[in-house]
Design a protein around this ligand. Structure first.
Ligand SMILES: Nc1ncnc2c1ncn2[C@@H]1O[C@H](COP(=O)(O)OP(=O)(O)OP(=O)(O)O)[C@@H](O)[C@H]1O
Ligand SMILES: [Mg+2]
Length: 1059
């Protein structure tokens, strides 16, 4: 085979590895019988088995069928490491193993999602049950776990010991022989984790409950319970450990103990398994009560009285049975010795003979045990059931079925059970033929591939002989069971001879002749099974087939208070008029169902071979093995395999799996599938003899061709993985990018939306504002109303803000924003407030002297401002403390005044005589209590402030001022006419000190003054071109002043004073 590029080299290595591997294994025979040179030789076949067996190589393939030889010893090939080694490895790559087969089925379930089944066949003791346990162990150990599947694994595993305890027994052939057929589905979820299971059971060998052949035992559970059940429990169950021999049902085979069986250990395992499966203590107790009741029932003995009537000779056993099962003891006793017949609606009770009573008791024991076993299976099924129904029905799960069913049996004496068991094996052989030989041939034909005819025996004829409607053995047996009259086993045999005489596979003593006649007893019939000839003794066939339990026994059981019995015996059964199906028919129907189940799945086969009857390791008895090789059809199987092709796959599946190996088919083939497969195999350089293309499938002749293709695929996988990873990562990143981008766009659009809405809102508000302003402006002079309130508020606000920004900086700052008309009044108030505030501020900051100065100036302003012409000139000139220093006042005057009387203000004045108006220089001194006029050292006149009536000045710019005194005052010579250059200052100070501010009189034209003794003088004030003071002819004093222009205050003091 040629592969491209790197694979050429790789292929070489693979081939080398494989071939060296194979040859190493080939040293001990061949690991696959397909590789046998002489594949038609049975001897070569057996020799290969033998050689391998001697080397403890117990597994060999025939293609995909696994042949297993019982080693009878524990081999070191079932460890976890071994399981790991077989996981995911190609079926043919390493030495044959049951794990390879298990893994193969498992992988098919995972990759193809097709249900699988593993059919394990072989005779009793060949290792079927062990094989099924190994498979189950593999799945429960190696499959991935779901969150809650840990417990299901345990339950799957623990279901086996429980079923084995109740359904397995020691036989001559096998110390742990399964006495029932078992089909178990293991359910996997889509990830391949085991998630549930389901068990179907087939035909328990109930007769073993009441009878065992020599050297055999009853079912394990009886011995386990007696040997290891704790004392209190046994007491409750009425059992006695000390003497197991006392239980009749356990001693028939005379074999209570077996060295290979440890009932003690098994009891521990079973007890634990009960808990794992989910039995509560009561349920276990109820179950053991049933088990114990069977033992007690076996001890029930009967006797005949003198009238020939049957009665119970033992009391205790019945007492225990009734107690354990919760039934009325007397009813049970009566039911065991009498029978109730319902004829034409009337019930009749009749006594049973001794023999009948014994068989009624045994029938009851069998029925109780048999039904309990079925109940047990159902209970286990409940525990294994996958709970998530939705999940289950959504077809997400796949199953692998494990069929461990009794193998072909031939004893010295074969009865109804062997008949059923062998019939079952015929059916399985038929299925095998259907699924492999026949279907293989049909498939070749259907695919248009040349078929080399393989001779094989089709056992359908035997199946028909047993099961055919109306004609088959089962039909005849049923007919005989149902027919009225004296039907018995012998009449059944006669009928068989009658109907089936001449059939190639049916012989009886009567029908045969010569040698064969001797080999078949008179009460026997012989069937020529595909696997060999078996004589069946007809004794008991009818009874076993009828499997009848007297009606009154059923009635008693229906009243049981034991929970398990309640479920096993239900009253519907009593009212149901239909006759129940016979045992053989039931078995036939259940087998038909089983066949349907198996047909719907892809089968794998494990063919178990028992190397010797002595259960000894290393012993290979050729005769025994040859017999099994024959009846297992292994040679035919091999012939078919070698004649045909080792492997086939639908074009689609083949292409799907191997397409990465060819650039033309990778990643997808677009044309017809068959063309794709052709292209692929051409690229892989398949030789013409290695393969054939059918109509829908490719057939590959040699396994090796397939191995190499698989190996090439394995090598290619990393590359494919990289491509897939690359694409996946690209896809993931793109998806992530798109997600982010969309998120960004989304955020942007939202944000833009938010911004847009905000802008629109602002615009709307702006428009509203403008509109309000315009409306308000139009209506600004209207009274406040909703239409203009905004505008007015705005105007107010902005005016206030303008004021705030342009407040006057100082008291002299007269600037003030122009108010809008609506705020004129407020503006005035505010302005005043503001100025007051500034003044306040200013005032708080001024010094005391300056305050004094200002106070005086304010007084002067109050008196003179706007009244006297020379006032403005006086404003900028500061008032001084005094115009006369102390030294300038005559010492004598000072002495006269005394030190206490201090001069507060002194100024030089001109005094005009009241008569002649002569001007005389004088000093005017203001004292604390009055004013003094001084002429050098003389005090010329003193006027107390209290007697000062007022002060007169002219409105002109002269310096005259007159101090008025009361005319009646004798001490005074009349009013004092004075002239001073600092008239404003002097008068102000005088007015302040004398508290005569409001008594300063400013006259326009003339001032009258009092002269002593009621006379009065007048001073006229006029304007003239020059300054003059003269006495006029009318005796008035005329004061002429130059016209003064009114000048504005020139410094800030003027301003302050003008406020
Ligand atoms: N792979 C094995 N390794 C070791 N011992 C084995 C193996 N297979 C079978 N045996 C031994 O053979 C005995 C019988 O095997 P098993 O019970 O599986 O037979 P069987 O085919 O189920 O018989 P039956 O039809 O009676 O149930 C086992 O108890 C065990 O001792
Ligand atoms: Mg078994």
């Amino acid at each position: 085979m040629r592969y491209l590029g790197r694979e050429v080299e790789v292929e070489g290595i693979v081939r080398l590895v494989m071939e060296s591997g194979l040859s190493a294994r080939d040293r001990v025979g061949v690991q696959d019988f397909l590789l046998l040179d002489n594949y038609t030789s049975e001897a070569a076949f057996i020799e290969n088995l033998r050689r391998r067996y001697k080397e403890n190589l117990i597994y060999t393939y025939i293609g995909s069928v696994l042949v297993s030889v019982n080693p009878y010893r524990e081999l070191e090939i079932y460890s976890k490491q071994h399981m790991e080694r077989y996981r995911g490895v190609n079926f043919y790559e390493i030495s044959p193993h049951i794990y390879a087969l298990a893994d193969n089925s498992y992988r098919a379930v995972r990759t193809e999602r097709k249900d699988q089944c593993i059919l394990i066949s072989g005779e009793s003791g060949a290792g079927k049950t062990e094989a099924s346990k190994k498979v189950l162990q593999y799945y429960t150990t190696m499959c991935p776990t779901r969150n809650n599947t840990q417990s299901i694994r345990e339950r799957l595993l623990q279901s086996t010991p429980v079923l084995e305890a109740f359904g397995n027994a020691k036989t001559l052939r096998n110390d742990n022989s399964s006495r029932f057929g078992k089909y178990m589905d293991v359910q996997f979820d889509y990830k391949g984790a085991p998630i549930g299971g389901h068990i179907l059971n087939y035909l328990l060998e109930k007769s073993r409950v009441v009878h065992q052949n020599h050297g055999e035992r009853n079912f394990h559970i009886f011995y386990q319970l007696l040997e290891s059940g704790d004392g209190a429990l046994l007491k409750r169950l009425g059992l006695d450990r000390t003497n197991p021999q006392q239980y009749h049902y356990l001693v028939k085979g005379n074999c209570p103990r077996v060295s290979s069986i440890s009932d003690k250990n098994s009891w521990k395992v079973v007890s634990k398994a009960f808990t794992v499966i989910g039995f509560n203590e009561e349920e276990v107790e109820e179950l053991l009560k049933v088990v114990a009741s069977v033992l007690h029932l076996g001890n029930t003995q009967f006797g005949e009285d003198e009238y020939g009537e049957t009665h119970l000779t033992t009391e205790m056993p019945i007492k225990y049975v009734s107690e354990l099962l919760g039934v009325e003891g007397s009813y049970l006793s009566e039911a065991l010795t009498h029978k109730k017949i319902v004829a034409k609606g009337e019930e009749m009770i009749g006594p049973l003979s001794l023999e009948q009573a014994v068989s009624a008791r045994d029938a009851l024991a069998k029925a109780i045990y048999g039904r309990t076993f079925t109940w047990l299976v159902q209970k286990i099924n409940q525990s294994l059931a996958f709970q998530d129904e939705v999940y289950y029905t959504s077809k997400c799960s796949s199953v692998i079925g494990l069929l461990d069913i009794y193998g072909f049996e031939v004893f010295q004496n074969n009865s109804f059970e062997q008949f059923c068991i062998n019939y079952c094996n015929e059916k399985l052989q038929q299925l095998f033929i259907e699924l492999t030989l026949k279907s293989e041939q049909e498939e070749y034909e259907a695919e248009g591939i040349g078929w080399e005819t393989v001779e094989y025996f089709n056992n359908k004829i035997i199946c028909d002989l047993v099961e055919e409607k109306f004609k088959g053995i089962i039909a005849i047996l049923d007919e005989e069971c149902l027919r009225p009259g004296d039907a018995c086993d012998l009449t059944f045999l006669e009928k068989l001879e009658d109907r089936l005489g001449g059939h190639a596979h049916f012989v009886t003593h009567k029908l045969a002749n010569g040698k064969i006649r001797k080999a078949v007893g008179r009460e026997e019939f012989r069937l020529l099974h595909y696997a060999g000839e078996v004589n069946y003794n007809i004794n008991g066939f009818l009874d076993k087939n009828n499997d009848l339990l007297y009606r009154n026994l059923k009635e008693v059981m229906c009243q049981s208070s034991n929970q398990i019995m309640k479920e096993c015996f239900q009253t519907d059964e009593l009212t149901d008029q239909r006759r129940p199906e016979t045992a053989a028919t039931q078995f036939k129907l259940s087998l038909a169902k089983l066949m349907d189940i198996l047909m719907s799945k892809q089968p794998s086969y494990i063919r178990c071979i028992k190397p010797n009857d002595a259960k000894q390791p290393g012993r290979f008895e050729e005769v025994l093995v040859r017999h099994q090789v024959k009846y297992l059809g292994l040679m035919e199987n091999l012939r078919v395999r070698r004649a045909g092709f080792a492997y086939r796959r639908s074009f689609e599946a083949f292409l799907q799996r191997y397409k990465p190996l060819c650039p033309d088919t990778w990643p997808n083939w677009q044309g017809k599938l068959s063309d794709g497969v052709s292209t692929l195999v051409k690229h892989l350089d398949y030789k013409a003899e290695e393969y054939k293309l059918g109509r829908s499938k490719i057939f590959i002749r040699f396994p090796k061709t397939l191995f190499l293709t698989e190996d090439a695929l394995e090598l290619k996988k990393p590359t494919i993985a990289i491509i897939l990873q690359k694409n996946w990562r690209g896809y993931r990143e793109r998806a992530k990018y798109h997600r982010i981008r969309n998120a960004v766009i989304m955020i942007q659009s939202w944000w833009r939306g938010v911004k847009g809405r905000r802008r629109a809102k602002r615009r709307r508000q702006a428009a509203d504002t403008i509109r309000n302003l315009i409306k308000g402006f139009i209506l600004r002079n209207e009274p406040r109303c909703p239409d203009n309130e905004y505008f007015l508020d705005h105007v107010r606000f902005s005016f206030l803000m303008t004021i705030k920004r342009n407040l006057p900086k100082s008291v002299l700052d007269r600037t003030w924003p122009r108010p809008p008309p609506s705020l004129t009044e407020a503006s005035v108030h505010l302005h005043r407030l503001c100025i007051r505030n500034l003044v306040n501020d200013y005032c708080r900051k001024i010094q005391p002297e300056w305050r004094n100065q200002l106070e005086q100036k304010v007084v002067a302003s109050g008196i003179f401002r706007g009244q006297k012409d020379n006032y403005p000139q006086s404003v900028p000139r500061l008032f001084v403390g005094t115009r006369l220093e102390n030294e300038e006042i005559n010492l004598k005057v000072r002495q006269t005044l005394g030190t206490d009387n201090k001069v507060k203000y002194g100024v030089v004045v001109t005094k005009y005589d009241r008569h002649g108006f002569r001007a005389r220089p004088r000093q005017l001194l203001l004292m604390g209590s009055g004013v003094i006029l001084v002429q050098e050292s003389k005090i010329k006149q003193r006027i107390d402030y209290s007697s000062l009536l007022g002060i007169s000045v002219s409105s002109l710019s002269d310096g005259f001022f007159i101090l008025h005194v009361p005319p009646a005052d004798s001490k005074q010579k009349g009013d004092l006419v004075l002239q001073c250059d600092h008239v404003i200052e002097a008068v102000t100070k005088l007015a302040v000190m004398a508290d005569k501010i409001h008594s300063v009189n400013i006259s326009q034209d003339s001032i009258k003054f009092a002269i002593a003794r009621g006379k009065e003088g007048v001073i006229d004030f006029t304007y003239g071109a020059e300054l003059r003071v003269v006495k006029t002819k009318n005796g008035h004093l005329a004061v002429v002043r130059i016209i003064q222009s009114h000048t504005k205050p020139i410094n800030h003091l003027d301003k302050i004073l003008s406020l």
